[in-house]
Design a protein around this ligand. Structure first.
Ligand code: HEM
Length: 321
């Protein structure tokens, strides 16, 4: 098609488009005439992005800590973006399901392989000082982390391990939510008193987390899998992708993260209290929490050994340097 013809055809299509919405093409063409060219920095809001790393102390390594948390939250957002599409999907298309889980896994893998930025990338002496200016804030208060769990699996699978057998989908959402594992982790079991870190988190996010829990109460990723026709449910590629996701979210990321807690808080037999106030050595190990998004995909033995490699990981002298 010659250039003139192409432009004419484009104008015709535009005219059609604007007419259909009761709009006047000529006014929009004026807008196009006066509009500035788009730049890279405006498109991605670069100035805003680079202005939100604001340390609370003078220690240079605090900036690394802030930035890596922000990077992680952006990846969490990418993960949620894919999860929401699975939750909303009604097509039961196998390729679509596998592709979304594959993307989620690639985001988790990026996070897992970059965690050395935390484990090895800051001076311990600086960390131990600037963290005191951050009390009682903790990554524990990451709402997106909690949302990833809620979109992945029914709440009964997130109930604390010690009580999980006494709860089922017959319990209402509010009840299940109150017994979620991370609430127990941040509660003094002898007095029943919640940590300030937990109280603040609950005050800010309970309505939102409950709304999402209700919204996905029969459409989490696990539900979506179980609702597939039997033939699709048995697809090996899908099963393997889902198991990878479980491993990434509930074993490998938590292990890398726990590695940083050991590096900074547990050296020389002198434990340091966590800013969120949990008993972190009991709270963080995946084998203690045993959070499993897709439990029927595993054998009894796999379930029993869930996250056991943390022992090897943490006690490997290479990882404790
Ligand atoms: C030097 C680096 C880090 C250390 C020493 C550390 C330490 C801890 C500790 C001790 C806890 C238990 C809660 C508490 O008592 O505060 C915790 C929880 C948590 N942190 Fe970190 N953290 C680090 C980096 C990060 C990063 C980069 C993220 C990314 C967002 C993060 C996200 C979380 C999450 C989501 C939890 C809750 C885990 C769960 O409920 O299973 N942390 N962290």
């Amino acid at each position: 098609m010659a250039n003139d013809e192409r432009i004419e055809s484009q104008i015709n299509k535009l005219e059609e488009k604007f007419k259909n919405s009761g709009q006047d093409l000529s006014s929009y063409l004026d807008g196009l005439l006066y509009q500035k060219y788009l730049t890279y920095w405006d498109y991605i809001h670069l100035d805003t992005l680079l202005s939100i790393q604001v340390p609370r102390t003078h220690f240079p390594d605090e900036e690394i800590f802030i930035m890596y948390h922000q990077i992680t939250e952006l990846y969490f957002k990418l993960i949620l973006h894919e999860q929401k599409q699975i939750v909303d999907d009604r097509s039961q298309d196998l390729a679509f399901f596998i592709e979304k889980i594959r993307r989620i896994n690639s985001y988790f893998k990026a996070l897992i392989s970059s965690f050395s930025i935390m484990i090895r990338g800051m001076e311990r002496e600086q960390f131990l000082r600037y963290r005191m200016a951050l009390l009682p804030a903790s990554g524990f208060q990451s709402a997106q982390y909690r949302m990833i769990e809620i979109y992945a699996t029914p709440l009964e699978n997130l109930v604390h391990q010690s009580e999980r057998d006494s709860f089922s989908k017959e319990n209402n959402i509010e009840e299940l939510f109150e017994h979620i594992y991370w609430k127990k982790g941040a509660t003094d079991l002898s007095t029943g008193e919640k940590t300030l870190t937990l109280k603040q988190f609950e005050f800010r996010y309970t309505p939102r987390l409950l709304r999402i829990s209700n919204q996905v109460k029969s459409s989490t990723i696990y539900h979506k899998y179980l609702q597939l026709p039997k033939k699709l449910r048995e697809n090996e590629e899908l099963i393997s992708a889902l198991k990878d996701m479980d491993m990434n979210a509930n074993v490998n990321w938590p292990l890398m993260h726990m590695g940083s807690a050991y590096r900074y808080l547990a050296k020389e037999n002198k434990e340091v209290e966590a800013t969120g106030g949990t008993n972190w050595k009991d709270f963080l190990p995946p084998s203690f929490q045993k959070i499993i998004f897709f439990p029927t995909l595993y054998s009894e033995e796999e379930l029993d050994n869930w996250g056991k490699q943390w022992v090897d990981h943490i006690f490997n002298p290479e990882n404790r340097k």
